[in-house]
Design a protein around this ligand. Sequence first.
Ligand code: NCD
Length: 306
Amino acid sequence: MRHLMSPLDFSVEELDRLLDLANDIEKHPDKYSHVCAGKKLATCFYEPSTRTRLSFEAAMLNLGGSVLGFSDAGSSSAAKGESVSDTIRVISCYADICAIRHPKEGAALVASQKSLIPVINAGDGGHQHPTQTLTDLLTIRSLKGRLSDLTIGLCGDLKFGRTVHSLINALIRYENVRFVLISPEELRIPSYIRDDVLRAHQIEFKEVERLEDAMTGLDVLYMTRVQRERFFNEEEYIRLKDFYILTKAKMELAKPDMLVLHPLPRVNEISVEVDEDPRAAYFKQAQYGVYVRMALILTLLGIHAE
Ligand code: NCD
């Protein structure tokens, strides 16, 4: 039995196969519409979510399976003090696979150790978000045609943004990928990524504060929201929340084929006028999230279409 805790749980070859499968699902959805008949996905969400939970549910429904779960810890027995370990043991009796999101780093891992069914980490605190990374990889590979030879700008809350941590971990395995880390001083990438991942693997990167200074050389600009819920004090959040706003004027500095990605939800960091720009790919990215989660469910359940 396999779980997904981090994007590194798959080898590069396995990831390639998963992304190929997602592209095939996109092209031939009918081929996959009943393959999970009789299977159930549980979504256990202890933290707010729109895309991740609903795209998981849409993915299982598209495969002909069913879904059950909770979207709020307050409506589950967590409110009565039940541990994640006990909850997952019980969910194992009701479902075939489980996606879990929790505010505590490592919660999905704890769940996986007690689980009798595959567990997918759908976000654990400020730590990792591997299925968003699968979504990001599929989007970049589908729209740019490659995952190597890329200069990737990551902008915003690089400290608390789990999508950024997972994406860097995944992308360093491809050839000739460079990073421009764009953040205010207070929200710089944590040292467990800067030193233990980027420096340790001799990956080229630079850290800058101004988005304008980074725009011209980028193949992909990955914008992120300032993660209000991870701040210790509201004043600090208010001071930093509008530090970056991507506008039409800033887009003029970028390459004509640069992709703008964002895991969403967006707050103010991308002006709505940018949505009309053909380089804005964040809504397409949300669609790719369904295909890749369909591919992931099939892979972890060991189900083949033919
Ligand atoms: C992200 C998350 O939950 O980390 N959202 C998502 O899953 N698409 C990003 C965010 O909340 O800012």
